[in-house]
Design a protein around this ligand. Structure first.
Ligand code: SF4
Ligand code: SF4
Ligand code: SF4
Length: 217
């Protein structure tokens, strides 16, 4: 009889504890309804997030899209998937990393016979890279941003044969910060993420600060 009572008490306590745990779990992980979308706090999916007064929406507004050059595999989609007619992704030159090479893998086609500025020797399909003689044997390469379509061909060449100083970045003077970045959705490398708007660039090889734009490109 005593054993039976003990068994019932133990079973009751077990049930109570399970119930309390489940309730706690529900309270912690329950879906929270958004003010406008009525689904959850996924501001990326909410087209009202720019005017929403919830703290989560405020956080969304304080972040921007950026791609991580160390993850990018230069697939070419940055040139074709952006909602802008001319992609908001551009090649950026980190001069601090550049070797100022004469034989630049980002500038010249790999099978080129002569090192010259002739259009047929240039890797860039839009002639967006300017080559300037500095002193023997060094040359400077400058990106003409208005011509760059963000195809990443020069980035691939520079990574394969040079120091990796050419890198793709979302330029925030062009990007309209879509709720759902269509490049991010199609990026095969998962290179896109939202970063603080106060530090909007993710360049390799230089210390990031709060400047709104990388220097000189
Ligand atoms: S879509 Fe992704 S992998 Fe392709 S070029 Fe852009 S960042 Fe790189
Ligand atoms: S090769 Fe492509 S990414 Fe590089 S400068 Fe030219 S258009 Fe821009
Ligand atoms: S957020 Fe929009 S404008 Fe910006 S890079 Fe992505 S698709 Fe282009």
């Amino acid at each position: 009889m005593q054993n039976r009572r003990k068994f019932i008490q133990t079973a009751f306590r077990g049930t109570l504890l399970t119930g309390v745990s489940l309730l706690g779990g529900f309270l912690i992980f329950r879906p929270v309804k958004g003010q406008f979308c009525g689904l959850d706090f996924n501001c990326e999916r909410c087209d009202k997030s720019q005017s929403c007064s919830l703290p989560e929406a405020a956080h969304f507004r304080q972040t921007v899209w950026q791609l991580d050059p160390s993850k990018c595999i230069q697939c070419g989609r940055c040139a074709t998937e952006c909602v802008m007619t001319l992609s908001a992704v551009k090649c950026t030159h980190v001069y601090a990393m550049c070797g100022y090479c004469d034989l630049c893998g980002g500038y010249l086609k790999p099978d080129t016979k002569t090192i010259s500025t002739a259009a047929e020797n240039q890797l860039c399909p839009t002639n967006a890279i300017k080559r300037k003689f500095i002193e023997e044997p060094f040359f400077e390469y400058e990106i003409v941003e208005a011509l760059c379509i963000g195809c990443g061909k020069c980035v691939k060449g520079c990574s394969a044969f040079g120091n990796g100083s050419l890198q793709l970045q979302v330029r925030h003077d062009r990007c309209v910060n879509c709720n759902q970045c269509s490049i991010a959705r199609n990026c095969p490398a998962g290179a896109f993420s939202r970063v603080p708007a106060s530090q909007p660039y993710l360049l390799k090889g230089i210390e990031q600060d709060s400047s709104s734009k990388p220097a000189k490109s």
